[in-house]
Each structure stands twice: as structure tokens, then as C-alpha cells.
Write a protein that binds this ligand. Structure first.
Ligand SMILES: Nc1ncnc2c1ncn2[C@@H]1O[C@H](COP(=O)(O)OP(=O)(O)OP(=O)(O)O)[C@@H](O)[C@H]1O
Ligand SMILES: [Mg+2]
Length: 251
């Protein structure tokens, strides 16, 4: 089967080749091969502890996340050994909670950190927050969890990255606000950003053009979100093979 059947494949942005990662003696990623093309949304699904966040940290190049072997090529450049700041300069952003050192500044200042980024007003509108109400708010505990999450996404938009990695952007978000977060993620396409979305939420995962299923440090299935979800429900919800990928799953 053609691995990239559900997406455009002419413009490759990220390629991961035979990537292994150990933390101490524990083998966490066990031969990841993955190709991502520009302009699409990708989702990564899989049960807890299978290596999704680890993979995100390795793509971003966070401290301590150097692959044991394998290669990461971004936009034609081998970034395997580059620092996190060099990767950020090339256009990779990982969305996580608002860093503590930004607490206390205004939302407008926070969304203005990149000089040639997207305007703060536009970023807020794209995530469904009113600029009139939020630009002058301070980043502190008075913002609700959902508001912080949206501001976090707005900050990714403000950076106008080539690649945005979002690790569970729906976590801590109420059901009613999930559609707002979905809209925000769709808006990444409008600013030319390719998105990798790690999620346990079915509606979120279905936003994607293409889904990867990770099991025990390997990609065991990829393709159209619905097909991969069906496979996941059939094999992974009653997972009894921790530490071992069964032959039948790889067919
Ligand atoms: N520094 C570390 N030392 C040892 N084990 C680690 C370390 N970091 C992660 N792990 C283990 O690696 C595995 C993968 O963790 P990871 O956070 O990537 O999982 P995940 O797929 O993101 O799970 P979740 O869906 O729960 O977020 C887990 O078993 C975790 O306990
Ligand atoms: Mg995780």
C-alpha cells in the first residue's frame, strides 16, 4: 500500500528515518519512519505511554532528547544534531503550556514576541478570543484553563511556524470549547503552517488529513483518520501486547 495515499506528497517538510531513542536503559522509540508534507494536518494517536510526547520532544530537539540512532530532515536540512533554538529558527514550534517566565506580561506582549509574526489581534480572532477583551489581559492565574490554552495556540500562530507540533491541545478544555480549538487548528492551514497534532480526542484526530498510530515506540498504522481509528479501536482498546507488536497488527 502507498503509505501517503491520503495526502499530497509532492512537498516534503519533515522526514524521520529509522529513529530510535533510549532513556537510560529503557527503549522508548523503536524505529520510527515518518514523512510529513507541507500544508497538511497530521494526527498522532496511541494509548498512554507509547512515545508520542517523546517523539514531539525529539522533533523539537529539547534538551536530553537526542536520538540513539536515526535521522531527522526538516525542509531539506539534516536537523538531527541541531539545538532547539536552531530548530525554532528554521520554523519548528512545539506548543506547550505558557512558560513561567512569561507570567505577568500582557497577552499583547506575549503575542508580539516575533517581530515579523502574525498580528496579535488576528491570532486572537483565529482562536476565537475577542481582541478587545483579551489583548490587555495579563498572563496570570485569572485566565481560565481554556483561555490559557487558546492563548497558547494563538502564540503558536503568532510565530507563523512552518511546522507546529501540538501535544494534546484539547486537554483541560470543556466539551463546548473543543469546537473553538478545532477551528483554531484548522486556521493553521490559513497561515501556511503544517500541523502535527497529538491527541486522544476522536473529533480532534479526525481534523487531520492523515493519521499515524504509534504503538510501543513504532508506527504500526498510518492513513486516513477513519481507517486508522477503526484499526485502533479493534486492536488497541483491549491492548494485551505491551512490549511487543503482534504480527497481525503490522499487516
Ligand atoms: N525520562 C524518562 N525516563 C524513563 N522513562 C521515560 C522518560 N520519559 C518518558 N518515559 C517513558 O517513555 C514512555 C513514553 O512516554 P511518552 O510521554 O512519550 O508517552 P505518550 O505516548 O506521550 O503517552 P500519553 O498518551 O500518556 O501522553 C512511557 O512509558 C514513559 O514512562
Ligand atoms: Mg504524551
Amino acid at each position: 500500500m502507498d503509505k501517503l495515499n491520503s495526502i499530497q506528497k509532492d512537498d516534503i517538510l519533515l522526514e524521520i528515518k529509522d529513529l530510535y531513542y533510549n532513556s537510560g536503559k529503557k527503549e522508548i522509540l523503536k524505529g520510527i519512519d515518518l514523512t510529513i508534507s507541507s500544508g497538511n494536518i497530521y494526527s498522532i494517536i496511541g494509548v498512554n505511554g507509547t512515545g508520542k510526547t517523546t517523539l514531539a520532544a525529539i522533533i523539537m530537539g529539547l534538551n536530553g532528547y537526542m536520538p540513539t540512532s536515526g535521522k531527522i530532515v526538516f525542509n531539506g536540512t539534516d536537523i538531527t544534531k541541531l539545538s532547539v533554538s536552531d530548530r525554532a529558527k528554521l520554523g519548528i514550534t512545539l506548543a506547550w503550556q505558557i512558560p513561567a517566565n512569561f507570567e505577568g506580561i500582557t497577552v499583547k506582549e506575549y503575542l508580539n514576541l516575533k517581530k515579523d509574526g502574525v498580528e496579535p489581534e488576528k491570532c486572537l480572532r483565529l482562536v476565537g478570543l475577542s481582541p478587545d477583551s483579551f489583548l490587555s489581559r495579563t498572563l496570570n492565574e485569572n485566565l481560565s484553563g481554556g483561555e490559557r490554552k487558546r492563548i497558547e495556540l494563538a502564540s503558536v500562530i503568532s510565530m507563523r511556524p512552518k511546522l507546529a507540533i501540538l501535544d494534546e491541545p484539547d486537554s483541560g478544555i470543556d466539551m463546548a470549547s473543543i469546537s473553538g480549538i478545532r477551528k483554531a487548528i484548522k486556521s493553521f492551514k490559513k497561515i501556511g503552517t503544517t500541523t502535527v497534532l497529538i491527541t486522544h480526542n476522536e473529533d480532534m484526530a479526525n481534523l487531520a488529513d492523515h493519521t499515524f498510530l504509534i504503538c510501543d515506540g513504532k508506527i504500526v498504522k498510518e492513513g486516513m483518520p477513519n481507517d486508522v481509528r477503526k484499526f485502533f479501536k479493534k486492536y488497541c482498546k483491549r491492548c494485551d501486547h505491551v512490549g511487543e507488536v503482534r504480527e497481525e497488527m503490522l499487516k
